[in-house]
Design a protein around this ligand. Sequence first.
Ligand code: ADP
Ligand code: MG
Length: 358
Amino acid sequence: MKITKRGVLSVLVVLAFAGMVFFFAGRQAAETGKRQELHQRSLFAMDTFFSLKVYGAEAEEGLKTCETKIKELEHCFSVTDPESEIAAANRMGGGQVSYDTYTCVEKALEIGTKTDGALDITLYPVLRAWGFTTGEYHVPEESEITELMQYVNAAGVGTTVNDGQYELILEEGMELDLGAVAKGYTGDCLVEILKQYKVSGGLLDLGGNIQFFGAKPDQTAWKIAVKDPFDVSRQIGILELRGEGAVVTSGNYERYFVDDAGVRYGHILDPETGRPVESDLASVTIVGGTGTESDGLSTALFVKGKEGAIRFWRKYRNFGMILVGQDGCVLVTEDLAPDFELNGDPGKIPQMEILYGA
Ligand code: ADP
Ligand code: MG
């Protein structure tokens, strides 16, 4: 066989081309692999366990930034840390605060107004008397509750922005607790951070507050369990959701105490009485667009009870809701029903009803 120069050149060109194809295909495969890799972080923060699961090439960097942000927000919101921003504001009758503390207060006040005061961040003096923020539980005297209720007045919280400085103004004796929205607000911040990195999707569990965004590499829906309020080791069902949103549940089964007479006191207070809510609901699950709104609404609609929650949902209809009654009945809003599957082994949960708009 005669080997010509042209022949050698052609072979070389073909080989070089094939090499390039292999090189770029390999790189793309590696990139795709990276995009699909699951990165996880578990940590204890805000008095609960956080578990962050994120897919994407820059997920590790994103998670590191999230950890820093969680610590920063804890320093803003923790009422039990005397060094926190909210604790300082409570001591000083307000003062300058960070953008995050300010925004979280503003959003909580908004939800408070929208829910006719069912969410009230000025309940803190009363909550403290019950020991719900420290775990040193006790039933206060009626006179003590009446005395402390004079400081509960969300309409009296002042918020101003001057030259980019954020400020809170509290009335004499007034103190704030952002516990009902802090985890939801934190979740929203983490989702915003992660979106700035090359992250294709994530499922964040902030002590039971779930936030999801983007998609899983296999494009299947996010599966989110809803706990059985009568037995937290079980679940009443599974939500299968896509896109972006939050799933937040409130109930008095999470944090409560029982006195010597066997009476049970839950950690969600009725702002009208200053006493634990005696709700006909065992739990309220909200599926909404943002963590802050879903967290605030789950607490507020638990306060409102079944009829109040239904009325509120029929008025707004911009979120989904699962109510579990004290009687064990499960009520699921119509928009959510196709995405919710009741547990096959329902325990105390007898049936599911679909809630329709008016
Ligand atoms: P968790 O934080 O346990 O998941 P929630 O989001 O429902 O539950 O918030 C409950 C917390 O909010 C309580 O522990 C208390 O600090 C505070 N809180 C209780 N009742 C109210 C209320 N009516 N309005 C605002 N905050 C409340
Ligand atoms: Mg809440």
